[in-house]
Design a protein around this ligand. Structure first.
Ligand code: ATP
Ligand code: MG
Length: 444
């Protein structure tokens, strides 16, 4: 076509030249022709060169944008805690991030590879162009071998979710549990991206655990409230059915009524206290306190309880120790722990309270000679409404809120709370507070 056009132009040019200059010699005619061709070639090539350099800079701009986008995407994918897997139409893994590599035990990608890989993948996915890298099995994972999704995970639910998205292009959402990942639970969202399917795995194990704790809390709470209420109903009915006329029975039933009402009242005040503490709706009024004095007062109160009659107490706290704490809250912490040390002790057992000052911090320990706490229960004793050995705990009163409150109060003071226990030997709870002497020194 171009040759034909050039030939035509040449014929027209020769005709015009011969018509205009019929006398021209052959040499002059050739010279003019060469000049005309040279001038035309110059203009045509300048035009072509311009177009070419424009196209080149446009291509370079596009490439730079793609590279920047891919670097950004690769960075986002790499920092994502959620595992991301992209599979091609042949169910081969085309791309995965580090979280997915850890989750499915795939080799981690090096820094350079995901970019190049991602570039081809995302391009193919977003534009309608022929997917080059994805359809090439060796290139699909750079130099590494390509993986079929079925070899990455044998979970049939995951595989069929990706398959259905590739076939129907409609997004799929499901929950999966990974047996080889400590039975962690994931929500898997798979969506279509051109010829590809993208799956994102959200770890919902913690959410499920919180939901379970919440459910258990309400179940325990209603149980704790129902027990005294049932007793109170039974007592009042017995009184109405005639026990009111029997002076002995009357006194006994009113005492039982009072005991259960007191229990309900303390349970409700503990719950409202705990929820205020947990939501941060309380303020500490810190002051310099002589620890030994506060402990002695709390021990005196604990000793006056019926359960403490055959328990011996020892306090080993140097008089010089001063702590910086909220008096009422410190008493609450100590009372809860000493009350436990008495309640869960053996008959004739002992409770020792000691304190040590070290490096600006005071560690206070409450040790008992009770039955101890099973290793399995130890991490759970600070949970709300948790009571260890149910059969044993049923004999003792208490809702299982004491230590949950103590934990929050110790943390609010900036301290730590630990527990060590040996079954049959006893338990030692230790918490730390700031030393007021140290704080004064620093301020001075
Ligand atoms: P509450 O404190 O609300 O009256 P509680 O004493 O049962 O009830 P927590 O103080 O929170 O609740 O203690 C939770 C559980 O931890 C107890 O039920 C008990 O099983 C276990 N526990 C706590 N302290 C001791 C201890 N010193 N020795 C043995 N077990 C203990
Ligand atoms: Mg308690």
């Amino acid at each position: 076509m171009v040759t034909l056009a050039a030939l035509l132009i040449f014929v027209v040019y020769e005709t015009i030249k011969t018509a205009l200059f019929p006398e021209l010699s052959v040499i002059s005619s050739h010279v003019i022709t060469v000049i005309v061709v040279a001038v035309m070639t110059f203009f045509v090539s300048r035009y072509a060169l311009n177009r070419y350099s424009q196209a080149l800079s446009e291509t370079q701009r596009q490439t730079r944008i793609t590279q920047e986008t891919n670097t950004l995407l690769a960075g986002v994918l790499a920092t994502m805690r959620e595992a991301v897997i992209i599979v091609d139409s042949q169910m081969r893994v085309a791309l995965y991030n580090d979280a997915a590599a850890a989750m499915f035990k795939l080799p981690p990608k090096d820094a350079g590879r995901p970019h190049a890989h991602l570039s081809a993948t995302i391009d193919d996915g977003l534009s309608e162009r022929e997917p080059q890298v994805i359809n090439n099995p060796t290139a699909a994972a750079g130099d590494s071998p390509s993986y079929r999704l079925t070899s990455v995970t044998r979970d049939p639910a995951i595989n069929s979710a990706f398959k259905s998205v590739l076939e129907d292009k409609a997004p799929v959402e499901l929950q999966v549990q990974m047996a080889d990942r400590d039975h962690r639970s994931f929500q898997l969202n798979v969506a279509s991206l051109g010829d590809l399917a993208v799956g994102v795995f959200f770890d919902i194990t913690q959410l499920e655990r919180l939901e379970r704790v919440r459910r258990e809390f309400f179940a325990n709470l209603s149980h704790e409230l129902r027990t005294p209420l049932t007793a109170m109903l039974a007592c009042s009915e017995t009184l109405m059915d005639g026990a009111l006329d029997d002076p002995d029975a009357r006194t006994r039933f009113v005492e039982v009524l009072h005991k259960h009402a007191t229990r309900m009242s303390s349970l409700i005040s503990d719950i409202s206290d705990l929820s205020a503490i947990e939501s941060g709706q309380f303020e500490l009024s810190l002051e310099k306190l002589r620890l030994r004095r506060v402990v002695s007062e709390v021990v005196a109160l604990a000793k006056s309880q019926k359960a403490a009659t055959d328990i011996s107490f020892s306090i080993s706290i140097p008089d010089s120790i001063l702590v910086e704490a909220d008096r009422t809250r410190l008493e609450q912490i100590l009372y809860n722990m000493i009350d436990n040390a008495v309640k869960f002790n053996r008959p004739g057992g002992s409770v020792s309270i000691s304190a040590d000052e070290n490096d600006g911090s005071v560690a206070i320990s409450i040790e008992d000679t009770g039955a101890g706490i099973a290793a399995l229960d130890l991490p759970r004793v600070f949970e709300r409404l948790y009571r260890g050995d149910k059969s044993r705990s049923r004999k003792t009163e208490g809702a299982g809120l004491g230590l949950a409150i103590v934990k929050h109060l110790v943390h609010a003071h900036g301290g730590e709370l630990t527990v060590v226990s040996e079954l049959g030997q006893g338990t030692r709870f230790t918490f730390t507070l700031s030393s007021a002497a140290h704080a004064a020194e620093q301020a001075g």
